[in-house]
Design a protein around this ligand. Structure first.
Ligand code: NAI
Length: 268
């Protein structure tokens, strides 16, 4: 049966806010969790991923977890270790202890951020490309993907790891013309990842069907994802503002963009 009750972690964040708006239309009953209170949602659970007892209670009885919580930019190794590395371990332990069958994990393109982006007729980047994290943040997503594989092999817990490009209302720069995922496509992809049968541990890229796409959406489509959007409508304006990508510029040469050279740091 299709999962109905889903724990959404990171519900106060940007993507969490978009998804708690869009996913109920697919019939989900969302249980919300975040470190911070969630605006307008007094029933949301205020829980730190460090709190294993509270996490165990939070996952009790759900059909699946959509795991978005964590630090979403570069930070110090110590902060990434706690929120993203220990945090994802605690989440999977709670899931294992409570017998939750499925997790959808918000991985990131930054797990493969140092992969050269395709130029000209180069083939699209496959999900099987060797991981090349571009930050401690990207390393934590690479760890999360390995952890998900391990919990499938060892404990039979299924995961779809979604290497999200950039999910915002609109693409904000020329790189995002390639990696953008519209919120509507994000909801379509998470819905597919929550409901597709027999996913074992699957890794997919998460973006819209962009004209300037860099990676292979085949594995996402194999889950039943049918993207409806393309960033191309924003191309003319963004290129007029910022210019075309220059392959000689290291910030433009890799999937991870400026995370490879000058990652934004979380405020201390
Ligand atoms: P965000 O930073 O807006 O939201 C993350 C949420 O996680 C925040 O509300 C924060 O309070 C919560 N959180 C952080 N540490 C926590 C902890 N220890 N315990 C409980 N909650 C904690 O990030 P955004 O953009 O919403 O991203 C969501 C997820 O998707 C993140 O895992 C991010 O790495 C991933 N992702 C997002 C992309 C995007 O385009 N928005 C691109 C690639 C990956």
């Amino acid at each position: 049966p299709a999962p109905r009750t889903v724990l959404l972690t990171g519900a106060a964040g940007g993507l969490g806010t978009l998804m708690r708006g869009l996913l109920p239309a697919y019939g989900y009953d969302l249980r919300l969790l975040d470190l911070r209170p969630v605006d307008g949602e007094p029933a949301a659970l205020t829980v730190d991923l460090a709190d294993r007892a509270a996490l165990r209670e939070a996952v009790r009885g759900v059909d699946a977890v959509l795991h978005l919580a964590g630090i979403s930019l570069e930070s110090t190794f110590d902060k990434i270790l706690k929120a993203n590395i220990e945090g994802v371990h605690h989440l999977y332990e709670a899931v294992r202890e409570e017998g939750v069958p499925r997790v959808v994990f918000a991985s990131s393109n930054h797990a493969v951020g140092f992969t050269p982006r395709p130029v000209g007729d180069d083939p699209l980047i496959p999900v099987g490309t060797p991981r090349r994290p571009d930050t401690f943040y990207g390393l934590s997503k690479s760890f999360g993907e390995d952890l998900a594989q391990f919990y499938w092999d060892k404990h039979g817990i299924e995961t779809v790891s979604v290497r999200i490009g950039s999910c915002f209302l609109e693409p904000a720069n020329v790189r995002m013309l390639s990696v953008w995922m519209s919120p509507g496509d994000g909801a379509r992809l998470f819905h597919a990842a929550l409901t597709a049968p027999h996913v074992k541990h699957s890794v997919v890229y998460g973006s819209s069907a962009n004209t300037r796409l860099w990676w292979d959406l085949g594995p996402a489509r194999a889950l039943g994802y049918e993207p409806q959007d393309d960033s191309e409508q924003y191309a003319e304006k963004l290129i007029a503002e910022h210019g075309e990508l220059d392959p000689a510029n290291p910030d433009h040469a890799h999937l991870g963009g400026h995370f490879c050279t000058n990652p934004p740091l979380w405020p201390h």
